[in-house]
Ligand binder design. Structure first.
Ligand code: NDP
Length: 697
């Protein structure tokens, strides 16, 4: 027999598959037997007889009867887990996830006589069989932890814990009574209706006792049908192609309702002192830090960014932003204006009201934090729409704010495509829009916002210069260029993608750059050693590879990279090797246009004035960097560069204390720093008379 034959059965089906099929058959027969003759009657001989095989064969697969029963119990538990996962994927709110869990555990399948009787037979034996106990404990733990984590987004932690225990007890109790009454006392539908009414009632009571007024609770929102949601968003992991979730698109009904809830919530929120608001933000920051790793993993799965980045930067940067604005909240103040002995004036710094945030897909959680922290610190309510490619961590942030004590409606997430964004920018009840996105989107948002004279903050694209002078420390400059081009696979708005290098340094610089770029590790984003992960989507990858092809066609020299990476499992995802082009010219497509991928263009220069002129010869003006050891030149050059955010001898570091934003087509307004306060408040001037009114009438 050849080695190939030994792996196949007589029909040509691989042996492993035959064995799996036989095992599955024996497990099904065991469930039949349990349902019909109960636990005691289910013996190896009984099962062998029913399956038409010898007891020895059953023993061969499962050992003793205990092994077979444990395998059968695991199969039943696995079926429930799979149904739960399927339902979770469709649930778009924490309340909907709680419902998904109830529906999966009390679905009609669990009330059919065969499955139900088998469960009942097992339950009676759990305390006596170690193997069954293990399965039962895992099943119970999973149910409790799912319930707790979703309920925590709706109610305070202690309440979530006890309500989770009650729901779990009721699910099991209702089912058990139905089973013991031989399915007379309840069917799946009535059992689920009972649980739903219980959960809704309890959540409503808890919301009331925690001080929420008559506004709909998160629970009520979650259970409202999305009547005009015609479309859904499929959320994909760009590293594997795996579907992570399916979300409903929010339409006019949901957006209008969100604005109304935000209006009500904002009344309550603005009435707090700045210090009180700051405390809520501090608590939310603490929760972000506590959940750093879980949030980082979710962000990595959704964006394809390396876990080594998301663990170190994305969540932390969000938490730092909340902490920074929590600190500023207590100090928000107007000024006193002396108007002589007969009067004085003062200004009040007041919130705008309900504001909207619209995010891009490259830093989903960070963007949601950078927008919401100053908005909330100033007493506004924010409705946030994440990019449709990366909608997941904003939902987590909403849960965290809620858990930290933010009143109902003050931070809400709506999901959707550009149309949902437009509903926000056009809404008369929204006073401001802060967008992070492309230049074209910025123009559209500004035009739409004009109809209701909304304020806008626009954080848009860039094609930023990074200038390396002849006296720069070459290794620092190379490190800066790598940071400014390959972090997040180059999907960073402020990247210094036009790297101008002085002629005297050019050859050495490019050689070190080549070595270090070629050494970057492209791989599974969840692997802590991976340095370059996946691009956001197949469509975006094609766009990036299209630029690479045009770079070559227009005569740039490819130093390294320039290809899609498809080795092993990476073939399932959107990976592009970090790419360096040399001998680029100012008029090439790769030099003029934002690529938003891991593609760096190196350009040579000889003279300071020349490089400043070339660096500024772009419609963009987001960021710029200068590497030089000549302190006078550093400041002289920076002063002439047309960019909102600049670095001297570093690149792409964005401390929250410094305002961030662009000039020219790269945007309007600033995020972070004290400057952000200006964009989320309005001044009221008050004149106070200290004498009688003098009137000519
Ligand atoms: P897009 O401009 O395509 O989308 C940004 C957001 O706006 C998305 O949520 C999008 O919804 C929404 N949107 C699109 N059209 C409209 C509209 N007419 N009205 C209201 N909302 C709308 O940007 P990307 O998501 O592709 O992000 C990449 C861009 O973002 C790059 O240009 C990058 O430079 C820039 N960026 C700028 C930063 C900065 O701070 N300056 C930081 C990070 C990125 P949907 O996606 O659901 O269609």
């Amino acid at each position: 027999m050849s080695s190939r034959d030994s792996r196949h059965g007589p029909s040509g089906v691989p042996r492993d598959e035959l064995e799996d099929a036989r095992r599955a058959q024996l497990i099904e027969v065991t469930i039949d037997s349990l349902a019909e003759v109960g636990f005691v009657g289910t013996t190896l001989a009984e099962i062998a007889g029913r399956a038409g095989v010898s007891p020895g064969l059953v023993a061969h697969y499962f050992g003793e009867k205990d092994g077979l029963l444990e395998a059968a119990f695991r199969t039943l538990a696995r079926v429930v887990a799979v149904r739960m996962r399927e339902r979770f994927a469709l649930a778009r709110t924490p309340r909907a996830r709680v419902q998904a869990l109830i529906d999966a555990n009390l679905g009609p399948e669990n009330f059919d006589r065969r499955t139900g009787n088998a469960w009942l037979a097992f339950w009676g034996q759990v305390l006596h069989f170690e193997g069954l106990k293990r399965v039962q404990t895992a099943y119970q733990r999973r149910m409790l932890s799912n319930l707790r984590s979703d309920l925590r987004s709706l109610i305070p932690g202690e309440d979530a814990r006890s309500l989770a225990a009650m729901i779990a007890a009721m699910i099991d109790g209702v089912w058990l009574r139905a089973a013991l009454s031989e399915w007379q006392e309840a069917d799946s539908e009535s059992a689920r209706a009972l649980l739903t009414a219980f959960v809704d009632g309890r959540l409503r009571e808890l919301a009331r006792s925690s001080g929420a007024d008559g506004a709909p609770t998160a629970l009520e929102r979650g259970s409202q049908p999305t009547t005009d949601a015609e479309r859904t968003i499929r959320v994909i992991n760009p590293a594997t192609g795996e579907e992570l979730a399916v979300l409903a698109v929010d339409g006019p009904t949901q957006v209008n309702a969100a604005v109304e809830r935000a209006r009500l919530g904002q009344k309550e929120w603005r009435a707090l002192t700045g210090a009180e608001r700051g405390r809520v933000l501090q608590r939310a920051a603490r929760l972000l830090r506590e959940r750093n790793d879980a949030l980082a993993e979710l962000e990595t799965r959704n964006t394809g960014k390396p876990i080594q980045e998301t663990r170190a930067v994305d969540v932390t940067s969000g938490a730092e932003c909340l902490e920074y604005f929590a600190g500023l909240a207590a100090g928000l103040a107007g000024e006193h204006v002396d108007l002589g002995p007969k009067a004085f004036g003062y200004t009040r710094r007041e919130p705008l009201g309900v504001v909207a945030g619209i995010g891009a897909w490259n830093y989903p959680l960070q963007i949601a934090c950078w927008k919401s922290a100053p908005a909330l610190a100033c007493g506004n309510a924010m409705i946030f729409k994440p990019a449709e490619l990366t909608p997941l961590t904003a939902i987590e942030l909403a849960g965290i704010y809620r858990e930290a004590g933010l009143p109902e409606g003050v931070f809400q997430v709506v999901q959707g495509f550009a149309a949902t964004g437009r509903l926000l920018t056009r809404h008369p009840g929204i006073r401001k829009v802060s967008l992070t996105g492309e230049v074209g989107t910025g123009k559209a948002v500004m035009a739409e916002a004009a109809a209701t004279l909304k304020q806008v903050t626009l954080e848009l694209g860039g094609k930023s210069p990074l200038i390396v002078f002849e006296d720069a420390k070459i290794d620092n400059a190379v490190a800066g260029a790598l940071l400014g081009n390959f972090y997040s696979a180059g999907e960073v708005c402020s990247n210094g993608t036009r790297v101008f290098v002085h002629r005297s340094l050019h050859a050495a610089f490019v050689e070190r750059l080549r070595e270090r770029t070629a050494g970057l590790r492209v791989g599974d984003p969840l692997d802590p050693l991976t340095q370059v992960g996946a691009l956001i989507s197949a469509e975006h990858m094609e766009k990036v590879l299209g630029f690479v092809a045009r770079g070559r066609a227009q005569g740039a020299r490819l130093v390294t990279g320039g290809v899609r990476v498809t080795s092993g499992e990476l073939a399932r995802g959107c990976f592009v090797a970090p790419t360096v082009f040399d001998y680029c010219h100012d008029d090439m497509d790769i030099v003029r246009r934002e690529i938003f991928g891991p593609v760096m263009s190196v350009l040579e220069f000889t003279d300071e004035d020349e490089v400043i002129a070339r660096a500024n010869a772009t419609e963009f003006g987001l960021a710029a960097g200068v590497f030089t050891n000549d302190v006078t030149r550093a400041h002289r050059v920076i002063a002439q560069l047309q960019a909102g955010t600049c670095w001297i001898n570093h690149y792409n570091v964005t401390p929250i204390e410094l305002p961030f934003g662009g000039v020219k087509m790269s945007g309007l307004g600033r995020e972070n720093g004290h400057a952000a306060i200006e964009h989320y408040t309005q001044l009221k001037s008050v004149y106070v008379a200290m004498s009688d009114v003098e009137s000519p009438y």
